[in-house]
Design a protein around this ligand. Structure first.
Ligand code: DGJ
Length: 323
């Protein structure tokens, strides 16, 4: 635990610990709210970082897959480690979850019809040339999750992705496709284990990744980053009245110093605070590319003004900002 952290606030960018005092490992993560508890799922990157030597045209820093972590909290500050809920596979190099592969950006949604928790994630080879999604399922939010399969949605390449569950129970997969040039949006099947046979293309040719999707006052909002590997760039946001678009790009998300680099981070998720009005938190990763397990978390409140949103820097804050 960073000595500057006290027990009642968020300290973006400092070392966040779980209730046992160990650094939280939940990168590229997302939140599921269930019966008064927030569950935080993310990449456990607790392994050595190294650069993939054969890749010379971009800096492919990686850490071997250890699995997907889950933490639980009722106040969003104190996080209990629920362990690795989807384990890496160590003895089968061909398996999607083998330590040598890529398992990124896990997101979990609950399916009321099947009473199952469904995890979606980016599955790839260490060279990022498989470009697929993986699906896992559990009876409990704290797992264990059973890995089902990987596939390319709509027969298209898929790298950074997220899933979004709408108020009516319909859910959607957003994925960076066409070699990251264009974002695709496709519906999930009723059981959330597959996708429909249609998709829409948005931000065509604009090379956006790291989608984070939420809804506010009947409008959809999508925050994305540019494609610069582990380096930070400017987060932008877009709004839409229909999930498939048209999506109107509104511009930069962040305000103030270092906003052009999203305060050194890359977004991963936005979630609402249950029971509060206009209260959403933007979650982002402060990547440390040469030591990925030391990457930090930046959570900041989303400010709403008419059709616009913004995120400003705060070194320390708590939920009273929403009162
Ligand atoms: C940017 C992506 O958003 C991350 O999830 C990760 O895939 C890195 N690229 C790898 O360089």
């Amino acid at each position: 635990m960073d000595p500057r952290c006290n027990v009642n606030s968020f300290y973006p960018g400092l070392n966040w610990s779980d209730t046992e005092g160990r650094s939280i490992q939940a990168h590229g993560g997302g939140i599921l709210y269930n019966c008064g508890i927030y569950y935080w799922y993310g990449e456990n990157k607790d392994s050595e970082t190294y650069r993939v030597g054969e890749i010379t045209d971009w800096e492919c820093w990686r850490s071997d897959v250890t699995g997907v972590s889950c933490y639980s909290s009722s106040d969003l500050i104190h996080w209990k480690n629920e362990g690795i809920v989807l384990e890496a596979v160590r003895d089968d190099p061909s398996h999607d979850l083998h330590t040598s592969k890529v398992v990124e950006r896990p997101k979990v949604i609950y399916n009321e019809k099947t009473n199952k928790y469904v995890m979606w994630m980016h599955i790839d080879t260490m060279h990022y040339d498989y470009a697929a999604v993986g699906v896992a399922i559990s009876d409990n939010p704290t797992g264990p999750f059973k890995y089902l399969r990987s596939f390319r949605p709509n027969n298209c390449d898929s790298r950074d992705m997220t899933v979004f569950k709408d108020d009516d129970g319909e859910a959607y997969l957003f994925y960076s496709s066409e070699m990251n040039k264009t974002m695709h949006i496709t519906p999930l099947s009723e059981d959330y284990l597959g996708v429909g046979d249609h998709f829409s293309q948005v931000f065509v040719g604009q090379s956006r990744e790291a989608p984070a999707v939420f809804k506010h006052k009947m409008k959809y909002c999508m925050i994305t980053s540019g494609c610069t590997g582990w380096e930070a760039n400017e987060a932008q946001y877009a709004v839409a009245e229909s999930i498939y678009g048209p999506w109107t790009v509104k511009g930069s998300l962040c305000t103030g110093e270092n906003s052009a680099r999203t305060f050194g981070t890359q977004g991963t998720y936005v979630f609402p605070i249950i029971g509060k009005q206009d209260a959403c938190i933007f979650m982002a990763d402060l990547w440390k590319k040469q030591d990925l397990r030391e990457s930090r978390y930046i959570w900041l409140p989303v400010r709403f003004k008419g059709d616009s949103i913004s995120v400003g820097w705060m070194g320390k804050w708590n939920l009273s900002v929403f009162d």
